[in-house]
Design a protein around this ligand. Sequence first.
Ligand SMILES: [Ca+2]
Length: 105
Amino acid sequence: MRIFLLSLFFCFTMPVQAYSGFSDALRSQYQRKIECQLCHTAGQTYTPFGQDFARLYQGPAGLIRTLKALGELDSDGDGLTNHEELKTASDPSLPLLNKNPPHSR
Ligand SMILES: [Ca+2]
């Protein structure tokens, strides 16, 4: 029980790193709602898209360059680039076959 409670404590008190300006830049570029789940999972880890972003990120001064490189990747490996998915409000971390139709979100 003690280990379980400690695990809960660390899950809710040890935030993964959020990158300042990233979600605002995505909102501006794609004119869509950007939620934390785009990059973060409930288990305090990164989604495939978030992992790619964290790998490419070189600091705030390189944010636009990072977003361009991130858009060219296919984080979920479904054949659509992240840019294509973000333009259509699709989840760039969820392969096409597992995606819900847009009306069910
Ligand atoms: Ca994709």
